[in-house]
Design a protein around this ligand. Structure first.
Ligand SMILES: *[C@@H]1O[C@H](CO)[C@@H](O)[C@H](O)[C@H]1NC(C)=O
Length: 392
């Protein structure tokens, strides 16, 4: 392994700092013409044959690509059209809690400025973005869409999918999936309740409240061959059974929803050591926080803060998950082999034959500015490169 493979900044020095130049050791004069001529009769046909063979192989390979072991680190297949750089941003923004706010909680009218600025700043153009939020009441959703669209309201670029969880229309918290119309076409969108009756507003198992997952299938406008699902959810804070069943329900939905790879974002009220987490990893979902080489992870380590600066809990409950075949961009040979061996494909999906997905960056962002928290959760952000490698 070369030392530079693991360093983020590729050093620019050449061979111990000496820039390479045409040195005398490379001069052609070292090769004796007399010696060459005595061997040429023997070697010329061999060299010609080898050259012809290489040209043939090269031509054949560029027309009918086949994997060459050890040579190709990348996918064996050429990409079909441009790849898509996708940034997923997830944040539990804290519902507009004007009746019983926590002691250090500021009203939404104050919190919303940095909350929306954070979304705006972290989804600046240059890639396609999907914003997944939790605990969004309909007045907050209006503020956010208007804020992102800079006053243009629903006529602007940013749009959302999702419904209020209490009545399936506008009552209660939304888990909206927010995107730009110029980036994506929505192929499908649906809301499921995390319960035994997922099609209708309902509470599941021992849950304290109605809980939902918003599922959206997006088609890239940059490359219409790139289609994927984004699931956005918020697990119950009280029901232990409900959280476990929620993971099982989502894993099942992922398999049966359609034939596209699925990303999953949200507030899972689940620590990495808890069972609902294990159900997702065992089904193949890759946690961005773990998938990224830890050296390249940006920002904080925990995602839940509460509102009291002096009593910040050390808690990881917000996640971005990606499909089972996701690779990490910065990785050593060892990690690459490990990734291949550890690819869990619970349902025997074939998505990895059609797509390459590479995690390029992952971060847990700040939520405390100007002396207060804009939410009790930190935003989590992951950037992926999606490449379509094969047609169905
Ligand atoms: C999402 O689905 C709902 C209900 O089927 C539909 O009314 C709405 O137009 C869809 N949204 C988008 C952006 O396609």
């Amino acid at each position: 392994m070369q030392p530079d493979e693991r360093t983020p900044l590729v050093s620019l020095h050449h061979r111990n700092g000496k820039p390479s130049s045409s040195s005398s050791s490379l001069s052609v004069g070292n090769f004796s013409p007399r010696a060459s001529s005595s061997y040429s009769k023997l070697f010329r046909p061999i060299i010609t044959a080898l050259a012809l063979l290489s040209i043939l192989l090269y031509t054949f390979h560029s027309r009918y690509p086949f994997p060459i072991p050890f040579l190709s680190r990348q996918s064996a297949y050429p990409s079909l059209g441009p790849s898509l750089t996708l940034r997923l941003y997830t944040n539990n923004i804290r519902f507009d809690n004007f009746q019983h706010p926590d002691r250090h909680e500021k009203p939404w009218s104050k919190r919303r400025v940095q909350s929306i600025n954070s979304m705006e700043f972290n989804t600046i153009s240059g890639h396609a973005n999907v914003i997944c939020l939790q605990e969004v009441l309909s007045n907050q959703l209006t503020d956010i869409i208007r804020g992102l669209n800079e006053g243009l309201g629903v006529d602007g670029e940013w749009h959302y999918c999702g419904v209020g969880r209490t009545d399936g229309v506008a009552q209660g918290e939304f888990a909206p999936v927010i995107y730009k119309k110029s980036d994506f076409i929505v192929l499908e969108n649906a809301t499921f309740w995390l319960s035994d009756t997922p099609a209708v507003p309902s509470k599941g198992w021992d849950a304290a409240l109605e809980r939902i997952v918003t599922m959206v299938t997006l088609q890239s406008r940059v490359n219409p061959l790139i289609k994927f699902n984004v699931f956005n959810t918020h697990y119950d804070h009280r029901g232990k059974v409900a959280r476990r069943k929620s993971s099982q329900l989502i894993v099942d939905k992922m398999k049966h929803y359609n034939s596209y790879p699925s990303f999953l974002c949200g507030d899972f009220n689940t620590e990495p050591s808890d069972e609902p987490y294990r159900i997702l990893t065992e089904a193949g979902f890759k946690d961005g926080r773990i998938t990224i080489d830890s050296k390249f992870a940006y920002g904080h380590e925990s995602t839940f803060t509460g509102f009291d600066l002096d009593k910040e809990p050390d808690s990881i409950i917000d996640y971005i998950w990606s499909p089972y075949f996701t690779k990490s961009a910065q990785r050593s040979r060892e990690k690459e082999v490990e990734e291949k061996n550890q690819m869990i494909n619970y349902y025997n999906l074939d998505h990895h034959e059609y797509y390459d997905i590479v995690l390029k960056s992952f971060g847990i962002l700040g939520n405390f500015f100007h002396g207060f928290y804009f939410s009790d959760h930190r935003p989590v952000v992951a950037t992926y490169e999606l490449t379509r490698t094969r047609l169905i």
